[in-house]
Design a protein around this ligand. Structure first.
Ligand code: HAM
Length: 420
């Protein structure tokens, strides 16, 4: 669990402001629901076989022996409110959104908290595939408006209770003969919810996954045409997406469409895609929680993950701007040169001359390219030879002319040149 410090509040505010602008346009109303609900709501709604219910809920017993749980997600609570307030008798669909903290007992790691905030969006009382596509579009547009780059939508259909149970049997018989080759988690999943096998990231399960029957090939006619229409709508509204036959999501209530939106890595330094939002259709949940049969779909975005990306992007920009202010760039090649560069840089700092550098493992060419992009006036070049000789090359980036000077004269020379 974490604090949100004053300097981070602006990002949270911005996300809500952008989301509300879009959601109000589409006719969504805000709902606030309690942070504490009856434990049964989640064991029934989120589902007994899910990691959330099995391992991640913060449960407590009140003095009056009530079993309560800190909400691990919004969906069951919002459906409870829909049923409890008789929203079924209002014109359908009911479009709701909620913002606030949810709680999951997880192993904390980068981007994974035990208390985190979600922006949750639900459309209840409409079965048309247009809504599935519109929901994805809304999340996509919110993220785009927040200037998150490299977004990728993944979609799949996991069918309805009928075609899925047929598929599960097929998958089980496929898995049974390979039980000894799958990981321990998957052996457990086979007993509880074999679909989750498709989610497994363990290396030893990957070749078995690749050969497994795919649910998309076993959808009933209705689910098949529903999914086809969702994809057609996505094409129409120009939301780029990728079919992922292994996307099943870790919650029990989904039927038909499921989706996730990721930020894909932009460079080699960023390794894994970051899941920013996820959701899908859940046509059976309202009835399961005591309401009349009402189809629905929804999704949620993780606000902390979006904040993290907004901050990283801002830091990147600030760095570029501060580098752009420099008139001098220091390029170096080789270990000795790097060490000498650090010393030289310090001399420039003392003389209050801004010097940009890129002390990574970039080639000399890449460093000169950077200096060029930043439109610096002079580049100091320090290679192995210069490092040994105690010299440095000053390259005039406008004329291309180069001169070699003693290292201890470099600051003085640059000062002179900048004054001209
Ligand atoms: P979920 O995929 O469990 O879906 O969570 C949605 C988003 O919350 C994720 O995509 C991720 O960005 C963020 N998130 C999840 N766990 C963490 C964590 N430990 N720390 C930080 N961020 C996290 C749901 O919650 C469903 N209720 C979505 C839904 C609504 N489906 C239908 N309606």
């Amino acid at each position: 669990m974490h604090d949100i410090l004053p300097e981070d509040q602006k990002y949270f505010r911005k996300i809500v402001e952008v989301a509300e602008g879009i959601l109000h346009f589409y006719g969504f109303g805000k709902i606030d629901i309690p942070v504490l609900e009856q434990t049964e709501l989640f064991s029934k709604g989120t589902g007994l076989s899910t990691d959330i219910v099995q391992k991640q809920m913060y449960n407590l017993k009140t003095k009056g022996d009530d079993l309560l749980t800190l909400r691990p997600e919004f969906t069951p609570g919002i459906v409870r409110a829909y049923v409890e307030h008789g929203m079924v008798s209002l014109p359908q669909p009911i479009k709701l959104y909620a913002v606030g903290p949810v709680f999951r007992y997880e192993t904390p790691q980068a981007g994974r908290f035990r208390e985190f905030n979600q922006l949750d969006i639900e459309i209840i009382g409409e079965k048309s595939p247009v809504k599935d596509a519109q929901l994805i579009q809304i999340f996509y547009n919110i993220l785009k408006e927040l200037k998150i780059k490299n977004l990728m939508v993944e979609v799949n259909s996991i069918g309805d209770s009928q075609c899925r149970s047929y598929y599960k049997k097929l998958l089980m018989s496929y898995l049974r003969s390979r039980e000894h080759s799958v990981c321990g988690d998957c052996r457990r999943r086979m007993k509880e919810n074999s679909l989750r096998f498709l989610d497994c990231k363990e290396e030893k399960c990957q070749p078995i996954k690749a050969q497994a029957p795919q649910i998309i090939d076993h959808l009933c006619e209705e689910c098949h045409s529903h999914f086809k229409e969702v994809l057609e709508f996505l094409d129409e509204i120009e939301v780029p997406y990728r079919l992922n036959p292994y996307l099943v999501r870790g919650l029990d209530y989904y039927t038909k469409t499921v989706f996730e939106i990721f930020k894909e890595p932009e460079s080699k330094g960023e390794t894994a895609p970051i899941a920013l939002a996820g959701g899908g259709r859940y046509d059976g949940l309202v009835k399961l929680l005591g309401g009349k049969d009402a189809p629905a779909c929804g999704g949620a975005a993780g606000i902390e993950r979006i904040v993290y990306l907004m901050k990283t992007e801002e830091e990147k920009k600030q760095k570029e701007v501060s580098l752009q202010g420099s008139q001098v760039f220091l390029a170096q090649l080789g270990d000795l040169a790097k060490r000498r560069s650090l010393k030289l840089l310090e001399e420039f700092r003392k003389a209050r001359i801004d010097v940009a550098e890129s002390f990574g493992r970039d080639s000399l060419r890449a460093q000169l390219g950077k200096a060029n992009n930043m439109k610096t006036l002079y580049t100091l070049i320090l290679g192995q030879r210069e490092a040994l000789e105690g010299t440095v090359i000053i390259k005039d980036m406008v004329s291309g002319r180069q001169e070699t000077v003693k290292m201890e004269k470099a600051v003085e020379q640059i000062k002179k040149k900048l004054k001209k």
